[in-house]
Design a protein around this ligand. Structure first.
Ligand code: ZN
Length: 247
């Protein structure tokens, strides 16, 4: 099966449309979404509607989704994230709030070779930043390839027989990785709607679990439009300005 993998869209409809616009319809069979559809951005309903229209095989919830639909209080959020969460809760339609409330928590298995989670396979709120974090997470994976999000940083952690390494995108449009036997992978496609690796372009992945290959991809989008929408909505201006910096 060939999957389009989306994570951390964060209510950025401009970025989501750019991703969907650049991927040919025949390039994937099903869509996987790793959580945080909303929060931070100005178009939560448009993003949830668009994701639902894709008829994804699986959408798991992120921490922002939990808060935006009222499952959790934003107690651990910083001031900006909390303001955005309150705004998002009010902005969401009742139907979209119900949709977010019904999303399952990760980890979830997808066939025999894949599993997906928001933060880590142990804890949906855990951040996997580096190889030390990844080493712990590898002890808890049940499939050769585990997809995760939450950090907004695209990376592939690779654990072979002898060593564990982090493979990072080199700034190009595509980083392709072929899966080797006897090797485990923890792969973050990066964030569609609020990248934080210094590259402002929307990030996503295409994964083929039969061929055994993943491509981490980037596409430019109209950051100006997304910024303007955030400012017009009365959300914290810093959430608009960070998009151009990709931080
Ligand atoms: Zn996120």
């Amino acid at each position: 099966m060939r999957y389009l993998v989306l994570s951390d869209v964060h209510a950025n409809i401009q970025a989501l449309e750019a991703v969907l616009g650049v991927v040919p319809a025949g390039a994937f069979d099903r869509v996987l979404v790793l959580g945080d559809l909303v929060g931070y951005g100005a178009d939560p309903n448009a993003v949830v509607d668009r994701v639902r229209a894709l008829d994804p095989l699986l959408v798991i919830r992120g921490n922002h989704d939990r808060v935006a639909c009222g499952i959790d209080e934003p107690l651990e959020f910083n001031v900006m994230a909390r303001q955005a969460a309150v705004w998002t809760f009010r902005a969401l339609t009742a139907g979209n709030r119900d949709y977010l409330r019904a999303l399952p928590a990760g980890p979830r298995f997808v066939g025999a070779r894949l599993e997906v989670c928001h933060g880590s396979p142990v804890d949906e709120d855990e951040y996997l930043f580096d190889t030390t974090d990844a080493a712990g997470a590898f002890e808890h994976v049940d499939r050769p390839v585990c997809l995760f999000g939450h950090t907004h940083l695209p990376v592939a952690f690779v654990r072979g027989r002898r060593r564990l390494s982090a493979v990072l995108p080199d700034g190009g449009d595509t980083m392709a990785l072929t899966f080797e036997p006897d090797t485990l992978y923890l792969i973050n496609p990066g964030s569609v709607g609020q990248p934080r690796d210094g590259d402002a372009r929307a990030a996503f992945a295409l994964l083929d679990d039969e061929v055994g290959e993943v491509q981490l991809k980037r596409v430019p989008y109209s950051i100006d439009e997304a910024r303007r929408a955030i400012l017009d909505a009365g959300l914290p201006p810093a959430l608009a300005h960070r998009l151009a910096a990709g931080r």
